[in-house]
Design a protein around this ligand. Structure first.
Ligand code: BEZ
Ligand code: FE
Length: 291
């Protein structure tokens, strides 16, 4: 190993894998591809040492921003389309099952469990539009799935999620709702608004380096879980959003676009949104079943 060259360095590093201690096969597969792609990237762009140092500084600053409130690397992966790619690889499309999309960095566990039809709104904003959201959770044969948990979260009319806004009550616009014996769920909420992903620090630097923008289309996050079925992490997009075709994180799918319609006369919300979910049985789901 005394004569490292541009030509042999990649094979030398790959050859070192497991040389001192055995490593699991999956680890070898991941590291082999990582080394090949990373070396290939450096060669493709003829990376200079100054650019390499800039990248190290950048990653160091991104890491320093991470805390239980902020996961900067998820944001960077989102901006590069990596989270949506990993989601599609992990949750292959399965027949008529509802399609998934990115979780994003704003999910919080343990949202309050609420009765069917309750409102997630703890603080009213001027100009907000209220919405009654409802639908059915079914299996791929159309049978209802009772006792499924529909976990929802969304931004406030100021474009901020509750945990990034000291002015909002804890868990505002978040809640968990159980389906009834017909697989029906319902809750009251507000119409989401488009918002910029946090662009103040390293995520913003990356977006600007790419000449892209920070905006996400208006959406409500919905996660559906029921034992025995493939868990679903998804988002429902407002069909009137101006960002459906230029989402900063590439997460929009046609099947996830919903209609916020005017509520019927006498209703207690301004709008209604109907969205049904289809979950495949866990045994039958893609990779899990194949393994
Ligand atoms: C979100 O939908 O909450 C989100 C997803 C990816 C990056 C930033 C936000
Ligand atoms: Fe979001």
């Amino acid at each position: 190993m005394r004569n490292v060259t541009i030509e042999n360095v990649t094979d030398l590093v790959i050859g070192s894998l497991g040389q001192h201690e055995p490593i699991p096969e999956r680890q070898r597969e991941i590291m082999t591809a990582l080394i090949r792609h990373l070396h290939g990237f450096c060669k493709d762009v003829n990376l200079t040492h100054a650019e390499f140092m800039q990248a190290c500084d950048y990653l160091g600053r991104a890491g320093a921003l991470c805390s239980h409130k902020r996961q900067e690397f998820i944001l960077l992966a989102d901006i590069l389309g990596v989270e949506v790619l990993v989601d599609m690889l992990s949750n292959p499309v399965q027949g008529n099952a509802t399609i998934s999309t990115v979780l994003g960095p704003f999910f919080r566990e343990n949202a309050p469990v609420m009765p069917k039809g309750a409102s997630t709104v703890q603080k009213a904003f001027e100009g907000q539009e209220t919405v009654y959201v409802e639908g059915y959770v079914r299996d791929t044969e159309g049978n209802p799935i009772p006792d499924a948990i529909v976990d929802v979260w969304e931004d406030a009319p100021n474009g901020l999620y509750e945990n990034h806004d000291p002015e909002q009550p804890d868990y505002n616009l978040r809640g968990r709702f159980e389906t009834d014996r017909n697989g029906h769920y319902a809750f009251r909420a507000i119409r989401p608004v488009p918002y910029p992903i946090p662009g103040d620090e390293t995520a913003g630097e990356l977006i600007r380096y790419m000449g892209h923008h920070c905006m996400r289309p208006d959406h409500i996050h919905m996660m559906v879980n029921r034992e025995g079925y493939r868990p679903l992490i998804s988002q429902i997009y407002d069909s009137s959003s101006e960002y459906l075709d230029n989402d900063s994180v590439f997460a929009v799918k046609e099947e996830l676009i919903g209609e916020f319609r005017k509520a019927p006369e006498g209703a207690d919300t301004d709008l209604v949104l109907r969205f049904d979910f289809v979950l495949p049985r866990q045994e039958a789901s893609g990779r899990v079943a194949a393994e």
